[in-house]
Ligand binder design. Structure first.
Ligand code: GLU
Length: 495
């Protein structure tokens, strides 16, 4: 096999949908798996649909996900040996290829106006047919006539001359063998005089050829274009790349393609990063590793029970053979599950850097060690970084009030007296390590015959102010002697 060269070729028509990120990811995994090259090409020949900022968004999304580009837009030093990689900067290249196709009779000039095309469409629909611009409609004009119309300044297009009644036989790495009869296909426009630019089909084929792409891995929505692409390669006499069309991402309810509307309705993002005020996965608090892991398994499976994969593990396990043919249903809860797994697996040090900025926002200054310890104690109850504030705030701020329910339940009977006894026990302990605290307090409770639950919950009321938090010994160890005693005194004081 030639050295693998794959490309991600988005059109900058808006923010990258998570389906687009998955396409980029699979290309990247395939490239890395085979020691190949990952190329980023920007397909911006459709000036009508060009959206400013979309390219920067694409680059930032890929960077956030850890999808590295070896060659192309955004790569330092001009991008690589086939620069430029932005199609709008390659305008001059395509014209010669369009001319070549016309010269060999594989494409032709057409001068239909928009009104004529509309009329043909309406007439076909009136006959109950779907309009197809093909041999039945096309007019092959003599060169002299073409020259005359061009000289008159009439707008023209170059269309592909679709062969009649031919079965195109195609192989796709995911879909298998696909056949299509050309009579169902249009004479697609390849080049337009209106802007002097090729359409997607021509630019895409020419660039894939010139950039020596070996595998085209893209979304299923491009499968209908595959016969035309096959025929274009044949017309040029070029060797085709291999094709792999990825299954659609489906709505959580199953039927139909996942859309932004589904996300808005059900409250999950469909974009990696925020766009026009709508939050992306990043702003929702997802870790890029969790997002990437979740996406990788939407349409691909490793053939084992393993669900958690680092990028390195994905690279080692990925193969096109294990990409499914059928659509992959997106499940928002599963996305959260992945995020939770990554949160729970964070080290103290990683958690410190996640919690520190949140603490700062709340005006709390503490050491990385304490931030890490607090977050580590509570990580299993957190899904997103923002959850950590509620879960850890009481480690850093003494209660200023007491949760009603907890208070009425425990601040009664013998409990206040027992708490003041416990205060003395705690005041007498020198070694505030978890094991020593546990052993000493435990022994004291037993010797007194007090109820463990009552004592611990009253202590929790004093230290946390509410019925939450980890085990009380963890809290006491974390707070240390001074702060523990101060908080107990506070409870007596406030009352
Ligand atoms: N520009 C196309 C897109 O936006 C690329 C399709 C392809 O990969 O061939 O998806």
């Amino acid at each position: 096999m030639n050295k693998v060269r794959v490309r991600f070729a988005p059109s900058p028509t808006g923010p990258l949908h998570m389906g687009g990120v998955r396409t980029a990811l699979y290309n990247y995994l395939f490239a890395r798996r085979h020691g190949g090259t990952m190329i980023l090409r920007i397909e911006d020949t459709d000036s009508q649909r060009f959206v400013p900022g979309a390219e920067a968004y694409i680059l930032e999304s890929l960077r956030w996900c850890g999808i590295e580009i070896d060659e192309g837009v955004g790569v330092k030093g001009g991008g690589g040996p086939h620069a430029p990689y932005r199609q709008s900067e390659r305008k001059d290249i395509y014209w010669n290829f369009a001319q070549q196709l016309v010269g060999m009779g594989a494409a032709y000039y057409a001068f239909d106006t928009a009104e004529e095309l509309d009329r043909m469409r309406t007439e076909a629909e009136a006959r109950g047919e779907t309009f197809c611009y093909n041999a039945a409609v096309r007019k092959m004009l003599p060169d002299s006539e073409i020259e005359r119309l061009k000289a008159e300044g009439r707008p023209w297009v170059i269309r592909f001359k679709m062969p009649e009644n031919e079965t195109v036989e195609m192989d796709d790495r995911i879909r298998g063998h696909v056949t299509v009869n050309t009579d169902t296909l249009d004479d697609k426009v390849l080049f337009k005089s209106s802007d002097g630019l090729p359409t997607y089909h021509l630019a895409n084929i020419v660039d894939d050829h010139l950039m020596e792409i070996t595998h085209v891995i893209r979304g299923e929505e491009w499968l209908p274009s595959l016969p035309l692409h096959f025929l274009l390669y044949r017309a040029f006499g070029w060797q085709r790349p291999e094709f792999a069309h990825l299954p659609l991402l489906l709505k959580p309810t199953g039927g139909g393609k996942l859309s932004k509307r589904d996300g808005d309705k059900m409250g999950f993002p469909v974009f990696p990063l925020s766009w026009e005020g709508g939050l992306g996965y990043r702003e929702e608090g997802y870790f890029p590793e969790a997002f990437v892991n979740m996406l990788a398994l939407l349409g691909w499976n490793p053939g084992t029970e393993q669900e958690l994969f680092s990028m390195e593990e994905l690279i080692a396990a990925f193969s096109l053979e294990r990409v499914s043919k059928s659509g992959a249903r997106f499940q928002p809860d599963k996305a959260k599950w992945f995020q939770a797994q990554y949160m729970h697996a964070k080290t103290e040090c990683e958690l410190a850097s996640i919690l520190q900025p949140i603490l700062k926002e709340h005006g709390i200054v503490t050491t990385d060690e304490l931030a890490g310890r607090a977050a580590f104690l509570m990580r299993e109850r957190a899904v997103f970084p923002a959850d950590l504030w509620d879960l850890t705030a009481y480690f850093f701020v003494a209660p200023t009030g007491y949760e009603e329910k907890q208070f009425t339940k425990y601040w009664k009977g013998d409990n206040p007296r027992i708490l003041s006894e416990l205060r003395e026990v705690l005041a007498g302990i020198e070694d505030y390590s978890l094991t020593n605290l546990e052993a000493t307090v435990h022994a004291w409770i037993e010797s007194k015959g007090y109820g463990m639950g009552q004592v611990m919950n009253t202590l929790r009321l004093a230290l946390v102010g509410a019925g939450k938090g980890p085990g009380m010994y963890d809290v006491v160890e974390f707070l240390g002697k001074d702060e523990t005693l101060r908080r107990i005194d506070n409870l007596f004081h406030i009352l």
